[in-house]
Write a protein that binds this ligand. Structure first.
Ligand code: GAR
Length: 188
């Protein structure tokens, strides 16, 4: 059985889609959802999904080995970042080589890097009058949004689109593709 840990800082809609996707798969277990945000919507979703939740703070994450030890102790095969807004420490990248994946709500390498997350990404895309945006699923290294790209999908952006409109189109792509790509990674 393959064991997945999901990190999320916000609403957790992607975490929920992934959990639902594998709910009836006897070969995959969503073992843990971890968050740095005690207010995150993902916590209530995790409870509904009967997935254990771990809330941790910045000091624990960056100045102790507790999270890495927890993941190792749970024999986690794949770490999935689904709207997780903190940089992954180098020690964790080294402990899970090519076993940490992130989803980014734009077509990297455009609109990535520190400060480019969530709504800020869609605002920048609209401000630049882009004619398309999309999603990027990539391996995680110790720099924001720079690991090797695994998968991209795009959607059109039209002149009248607001950042909210772009966010909705991107979310449709995320919910459709992220669970599938995670499944492919588990089998590769
Ligand atoms: C998603 O759009 C994800 O791509 C983005 O946060 C949102 C989380 O939504 N991630 C980043 O911006 C990471 N830099 P969710 O909490 O509803 O899954």
């Amino acid at each position: 059985k393959k064991r997945i840990a999901i990190f999320a800082s916000g609403s957790g809609s992607n975490a929920e889609k992934i959990a639902e996707h594998f709910a009836s798969d006897s070969q995959v277990d969503i073992s843990l959802i971890l968050t740095n945000n005690p207010q995150a919507g993902v916590i209530a979703r995790a409870r509904r999904l009967h997935v254990p939740v771990v809330v941790f703070d910045r000091t624990t994450f960056y100045e102790s080995a507790r999270i890495v030890e927890l993941l190792q102790g749970q024999a986690i095969d794949l770490v999935v970042l689904a709207g997780f807004m903190m940089l992954i420490p180098e020690s964790m990248v080294q402990a899970f080589p090519n076993k940490i994946v992130n989803i980014h709500p734009a077509l990297l390498p455009k609109y990535g890097g520190k400060g480019m997350y969530g709504h800020f990404v869609h605002e920048a895309v609209v401000a630049a009058q882009e004619t398309e945006s999309g999603i990027t699923i990539h391996y995680v290294n110790e720099r924001y949004d720079e690991g090797a790209i695994i998968f991209q999908a795009s959607c059109p952006v039209v002149a009248t689109d607001t950042p909210e409109d772009v966010a909705k189109k991107v979310q449709v792509l995320e919910h459709k593709h992220f669970p599938e790509v995670v499944g492919q990674l588990l089998n590769s």
